[in-house]
Design a binder for this molecule. Structure first.
Ligand code: KG4
Ligand code: ZN
Length: 338
């Protein structure tokens, strides 16, 4: 069974094609992504209308490239992200998926973007046992419990304000590191002292929700620190600020992920989302998983960021799990929870 996945929830137009094998593994046949990130750079964040227009231009060519790369004229099924994401951006992918499903007379499967970030790991690391998933990107920060990829996922917690990657981008901007600044901040943090400044660990108090996150406090603390330096006429110790901020975010993310593993007794943790490229999030998660005897699974960076392959892979699992196809009238669900 060959499944095409279409992704357009944010600023990446992704079309992936996978083959579902009899041994419940999937093989990657094509992975085409067109990103509009450069068009958003001058605004310092994703502009929904710009993203929608970029999807509109990129969708059909990206689909054609994917079909050519896979040598597949017509897949057996189409999976598409219906949410969560930007309303206008999602509409483009869903409209394309419906049009092709109707034209090719193949079933359509509407899937959740977040599940895709988890499912994509099976491409490299094989079938997925029950796991806790920590998704961190510019658009989301979620702690999930996944018992089976073909079944609904349980959300344990999410951010109450900024997404983790968004906090990285905003702090990078404060430090004059450009957009999206996460990678630049990570690079400069390597030269700083992560213990130099004790930035707050949001929502880690005894009365806070066990699995929710908040990153606006640490972002504001960085802004106050920078202002204080500027008022005093002191140079901002950019590397120390970056390293200390990164440490605070990585600490909270991994602490809550480990807590979820411990509370549920689930001993596999999957990381996903673009911000898992962060060196400290990785190294701290690796260390804490090793201490706790938890198996850590991280897809390669190319598959951690938004793409169509993750949607195709999730779609393949949903189909194999026996779910009925979606109606061609299925609607987008920008605020979709899991
Ligand atoms: O999944 P992704 O590519 O897309 C969206 O969220 O749309 O994630 C991108 C996010 C950005 O916020 C970027 O700054 C962040 O991931 N990011 C990083 C690193 N690499 C990417 N944040 C911190 N450290 C990194 N090395
Ligand atoms: Zn994503």
């Amino acid at each position: 069974m060959i499944v095409m996945g279409i992704e357009s929830s944010c600023d990446e137009t992704g079309v992936g094609i996978v083959e579902w094998n009899d041994d419940a593994t999937t093989t990657l046949l094509a992975d085409e992504v067109a990103s509009s990130v450069d068009e958003h750079a001058r605004y310092g964040g994703v502009v929904p209308e710009v993203a929608s227009r970029a999807h509109l231009e990129a969708m059909v060519p990206t689909m054609q490239r994917a079909r050519a790369a896979a040598g597949v004229d017509r897949p057996d099924a189409i999976a598409v992200t219906i949410g969560p994401g930007l309303a206008g951006a999602l509409l483009v992918g869903v409209a394309a998926a419906k049009a092709y499903a109707a034209a090719w007379d193949v079933p359509l499967y509407a899937v959740n973007h977040l599940g895709g970030h988890v499912a994509v790991d099976t491409l490299e690391h094989g079938p997925m046992p029950a796991c806790i998933a920590l998704l961190v990107s510019g658009g989301h920060t979620h702690l999930l419990r996944v018992d089976d990829l073909g079944s609904p996922i349980v959300e344990l917690g999410t951010t109450v304000d900024d997404a983790a990657g968004e906090a990285f981008d905003k702090v990078a901007r404060l430090l004059g590191l450009g957009y999206p600044g996460g990678p630049a901040l990570d690079a400069i943090a390597a030269q700083g002292d992560p213990t130099a400044i004790a930035f707050p660990r949001g929502m880690t108090g005894p009365r806070d929700a066990r699995y929710d996150f908040s990153f606006s406090g640490v972002k504001t603390a960085v802004a106050r620190f920078v202002e204080k330096c500027e008022r005093a006429g002191d140079p901002v110790p950019v590397a120390d600020v970056a390293a200390s901020f990164q440490e605070a975010v990585a600490d909270v993310l991994t602490r809550k992920a480990m807590r979820a593993c411990e509370d549920t007794g689930v001993d596999t943790l999957v990381l996903g989302g673009g911000a898992t490229a962060n060196s400290r999030i990785r190294s701290l998660t690796e260390a804490r998983c090793a201490d706790a005897g938890v198996t850590l699974r991280i897809p390669k960076p190319r598959l951690c960021t938004d793409n169509g392959v993750m949607i195709a892979t999730l779609g393949a699992h949903v189909i194999a799990g026996g779910a009925p196809p979606s109606a061609l009238t299925v609607a987008t669900d920008p605020g979709m929870s899991v």
